[in-house]
Design a protein around this ligand. Structure first.
Ligand code: IMP
Length: 204
């Protein structure tokens, strides 16, 4: 009891609206000295939080507001999309389920490659939006990385569309051919997270 109350008083709590253990670990490493970072499972949130705005900024905000409203915690939430210019910005906010509700990355990649078959303009970008809700104050952070969509997969690391995305910065590797550190240093999410962390540190 004594230990618990000591811990409880120690640090402000903030929720990262995710169930992704890797994202949580990463954030804990970066702001663990300032905040106790709780994931959705830690606060007993097991429902599917609605993401219905049709844009990544709106979805990130919607998730943060849901947590604040239903669980009372300050919260931040991220949402990412791959925007391919020749496809009018698709898959965008629908990146996770482009080929159907199964969140199947291989099927998503196949669909992109098929739609771009024979098209020369391969420019694209990943964009991440992070919404931070502190009390009733909303702050938005964005990160993006420009690149091209290759005609076939290269590399086995990473996840999602990594094996077909070649960032313009770098040595010609796809995200799937980079170490996690290399990818984080230039990635959409790495950049958005860096801005969030810088902001949180500036408040200390
Ligand atoms: P989320 O908002 O982070 O869940 O990302 C939505 C979807 O975008 C994921 O399911 C992936 O398909 C794709 N995505 C997000 N980030 C990345 C990335 O760093 N590499 C490749 N695909 C990604």
């Amino acid at each position: 009891m004594f230990k618990l109350s000591l811990l409880d008083r120690g640090m402000k709590k903030i929720v990262f609206a995710t169930n992704n253990v890797h994202k949580l670990q990463e954030l804990r490493q970066m702001i663990g000295g300032m905040y106790e970072v709780l994931g959705l499972a830690d606060i007993g949130c097991h429902e599917d939080i609605p993401e219905t705005t049709g844009v990544i900024e709106g979805n990130a905000e919607m998730k943060a507001r849901y947590v604040k409203e239903h669980y009372g915690y300050d919260c931040f939430s991220d949402d990412t999309g791959l925007e391919i210019d020749a496809l009018g910005g698709e898959p965008g906010v629908y990146s996770a389920r482009y080929a159907g509700p199964g969140h199947d990355s291989e099927a998503n990649i196949d669909k992109v490659l098929k739609k771009l078959d024979g098209i020369d303009d391969r420019t694209a970008r990943f964009r991440t939006a992070i919404a931070l809700l502190q009390g009733d104050e909303l702050h938005m952070f964005e990160g993006q990385v420009e690149g091209v969509i290759l005609t076939e997969r290269h590399g086995t690391g990473g996840f999602g569309y990594d094996s077909i995305f070649q960032p313009v910065e770098g040595d010609g590797s796809t995200f799937a051919q980079m170490s996690p550190e290399q990818k984080n240093s230039i990635s959409h999410r790495g950049r958005a997270v860096a801005r969030l962390v810088e902001f949180l540190k500036s408040q200390q």
